[in-house]
Design a binder for this molecule. Structure first.
Ligand SMILES: Nc1ncnc2c1ncn2[C@@H]1O[C@H](COP(=O)(O)OP(=O)(O)O[C@H]2O[C@H](CO)[C@@H](O)[C@H](O)[C@H]2O)[C@@H](O)[C@H]1O
Length: 694
């Protein structure tokens, strides 16, 4: 009998009991001969033969079936005459930490492999059906709750004329109070409600006349907010979504599905048109809630708003969303990107999307469990291994990518030589684009149905490029889409053209990266390639969307951005209303500080000001203006303007408090302000969400 390879695997210990192992010889006689017994449960390693402990044994065709479950996902494989694949590992913690050891467990062959595959497919179908059903129930439940919250439906007549069906999702959304209706119109959420035929009864006429009818109803109700001046064109979204192909498809679907049933099948994959609308609806509404006044300069009191008007649900537009970023608060943060990566996914999940965040694992995060999955990538000729940790928090799957290169970086995330940094980003993006296939969250991989990646800044701008080069150019992941978010365009991943050899792409991709500008000459630019390749570009405000198109604000990329203006959109950033809400802020609970809200800020906020003055040793006075600065110390942030103005500032009756890290010269400058103007100025070089109470 010919040897077919080595089977090696490790099972989790009884303590964690996550993986169970079932070893079955094909016949009893064979099992006995091999010394295997069927074993189940976390104690698998106490049974069977040493193969499980040593992790390795020579196998012969027809000898053995192995079936195990890893985090709830059952796998089964035989070894008649198959090949060895190294996809999934099951790691043992029995013999201590075996980090780095890898399982080569799948020896699959002919009929056996087909059976195994069939079994997995059947099970996946069942899981998917269950998931669909659950999502439907969630959507229905949430709608019922929000309709109760909003009070009785008092506009049924209007709704009747809009939807012709009071049971539909749209009727629940629209048939609320006038205030809600106004919100829908004014914040583009109306597009979400009307956007999808499964969200609106199929009898609804979404032609421009009908839309006009909706518009005129809005104005006849005294809704005079000028959408155009806010740059809002809600009705355009409706048209975009209703390409003839989709309309007929969805009409057919609505006949066989309840109107609220989210679509999770191949026909609901993202088209470019839908993506355009979805980025508007989902990303924008996520952040609009948190910054409703951004467009007209009103103050941000989103907490109250959000409680009154729960965010619109994704409904039939439910998607699988994978946000990929180099930092994510609270685990890692050097600036605003970390905040957004920590908060936006939760807002999207609240709307009903399935959301994953992929971020490097820079330290030990107790809440994240080792999935025991290992994968190797070749980066610039060097084997690099990654391993995945997972935590499910507030409905979001946080997947932490472990690699020796990410370990113990603390907040020095972008530190190191240019090539080293580039290699880390290449590894991260190459691995991240495969995650929907290899990392099961809650037992099921995301797959590519209805999938959109959200990449952030230059560090992950390679992801859209890999998605295209490795998959879409080869007819794979055809409907998966990517959105690239520009938080800060000044950092671009620039280098000499030779860096192209590190990114591991076909030669003809080089042109995407080539950029000439007077500062860098002809160079290699990762952001440039990402911007050209991605399906949509989003940036952090309407103002910044304008700014990056100018030669002053585009940092050499303005021409590319102008060329791609059709896919660019500014969306005002939101804020995590739990972390950054003075009403509940945990840092305002002691040392004289106090939580405050809209109702009592006139008395309580001065109390906080006094506590801060006391803590910093500044004169305790309510009548003195106190100026604060927190930010990265970079010229881009205008710190040099403070330097210019400080002699005048301190000549006034003011106090000033500064906190930041960044360029060494600017850090020195901050310290100098403190010592030179100590009667009025306090500054601290460091990074802290809590300072000065920390
Ligand atoms: N030393 C320190 N200690 C504590 N907190 C600190 C800190 N330094 C910075 N922060 C905090 O980090 C966040 C943003 O930092 P920056 O203002 O430096 O913007 P950044 O350029 O990273 O943001 C980019 O991304 C964000 C998010 O998209 C955009 O809003 C922004 O316009 C864009 O420049 C703020 O919450 C700030 O208070």
């Amino acid at each position: 009998m010919a040897s077919v390879g080595t089977l090696s695997f490790f099972a989790e210990s009884a303590a964690t009991a996550e993986a169970s192992l079932l070893l079955l010889g094909k016949t009893d006689a064979r099992r006995k001969k091999l010394g295997f017994s069927a074993v189940r449960g976390g104690g698998a390693l106490d049974h069977g033969v040493n193969i499980s402990k040593t992790g390795s044994r020579r196998l012969f065709a027809g000898e053995l079936w192995v079936s195990f479950s890893l985090n709830g996902l059952r796998r089964r494989c035989g070894c008649d005459r198959g090949r060895v694949s190294r996809q999934f590992g099951v790691r043992s913690s029995v013999d201590g930490d075996r980090e780095g050891e890898e399982a080569e467990e799948e020896v699959i062959s002919g009929d056996a492999a087909e059976d195994a595959l069939q079994e997995v497919i059947e099970k996946s179908k069942k899981v998917l059906a269950r998931q669909k059903d659950l999502l439907r129930q969630i959507v229905e439940g949430k709608e019922v709750v929000s309709s109760i919250k909003r009070g009785s439906i008092n506009d049924e007549q209007e709704v009747g004329s809009l939807s012709g069906n009071d049971d539909s999702f749209s009727s629940l959304n629209v048939a609320s109070s006038g205030k809600v209706l106004e919100d829908k119109f004014s914040s583009r959420k109306v597009a979400a409600s009307f956007a999808h035929p499964t969200a609106v009864d199929t009898s609804v006429d979404l032609s421009s006349e009908a839309v006009g009818d909706v518009k005129s109803k809005a104005s006849s109700r005294g809704i005079t907010r000028d959408l155009e001046t806010e740059g809002i064109t809600p009705y355009a979204d409706v048209d975009i979504l209703h390409s003839p192909r989709e309309s007929s498809l969805q009409t057919a679907q609505s006949k066989i599905m309840p109107s609220l049933l989210p679509k999770i099948n191949e026909s609901s994959d993202l088209t470019d048109d839908r993506l355009g609308s979805l980025t508007k609806i989902n990303l924008e509404s996520a952040s609009d809630d948190a910054d409703p006044g951004a467009a007209n300069g009103e103050p941000n009191f989103a907490a109250t708003e959000e409680n009154e008007n729960p965010p619109p649900l994704a409904g039939a537009n439910v998607m699988n969303i994978i946000l990929v970023a180099m930092e994510c608060a609270p685990w890692s943060k050097t600036g605003g990107l970390g905040d957004v990566a920590g908060a936006l996914p939760k807002a999207l999940a609240r709307r009903g999307h399935r959301v994953m965040v992929v971020v490097p694992r820079y330290g030990i995060y107790p809440e994240a469990k080792d999935l025991g999955l290992y994968k190797r990538y070749k980066i610039a000729g060097q084997d690099m291994e990654v391993n995945y940790f997972h935590a499910s928090i507030d409905g979001v799957d946080f997947v932490f990518m472990e690699s020796p290169d990410f370990r113990h970086r603390g907040n020095n995330i972008y530190g190191g030589g240019r090539v080293d940094v580039l290699k880390r980003m290449v590894l991260f993006c190459k691995a991240a684009v495969e995650i929907p296939w290899i990392v099961p969250c809650g037992g099921v991989c995301y797959g590519d149905g209805n999938l959109v990646f959200i990449a952030n800044d230059w560090h992950t701008a390679l992801l859209p490029v890999y998605l295209k080069a490795y998959y879409r150019d080869n007819g794979l992941m055809k409907y998966t889409r990517s959105v690239l978010v520009i938080h800060n365009i000044a950092h671009q991943g620039r280098g000499p053209l030779e860096d192209f050899s590190i990114v591991d792409l076909p030669d003809h991709y080089l042109d995407l990266f080539k950029l000439y500008d007077p500062v860098g000459g002809e160079h290699f630019n990762i952001f440039a390639a990402g911007l050209k390749t991605t399906d949509r570009v989003v940036t952090v405000s309407h103002g910044y969307a304008w700014e990056i198109k100018t030669s002053e604000g585009g940092w050499g990329l303005h021409e590319i951005i102008n060329d791609n203006d059709w896919k660019l959109q500014g969306i005002v950033n939101g804020i995590d209303m739990t972390d950054w809400n003075p009403e509940v802020d945990i840092h305002l609970k002691s040392d004289g500080y106090t939580n405050f809200s809209l109702d009592n800020f006139q008395t309580k906020k001065p109390q906080c000001k006094a506590a801060l003055q006391r803590e910093l040793g500044l004169p305790i006075r309510n009548d003195v203006p106190m100026i604060g600065f927190i930010g990265r110390l970079d010229h881009q942030k205008g710190v040099d303007l403070i330097a210019e103005a400080i002699p005048w500032i301190v000549s006034q009756d003011v106090q000033m408090v500064l906190l930041g890290t960044g360029r060494a010269d600017l850090e020195e400058m901050l310290k100098k302000f403190d010592s030179e103007y100590h009667t009025k100025v306090r500054s601290w070089v460091g990074f802290s969400d809590k300072w000065p109470t920390g």
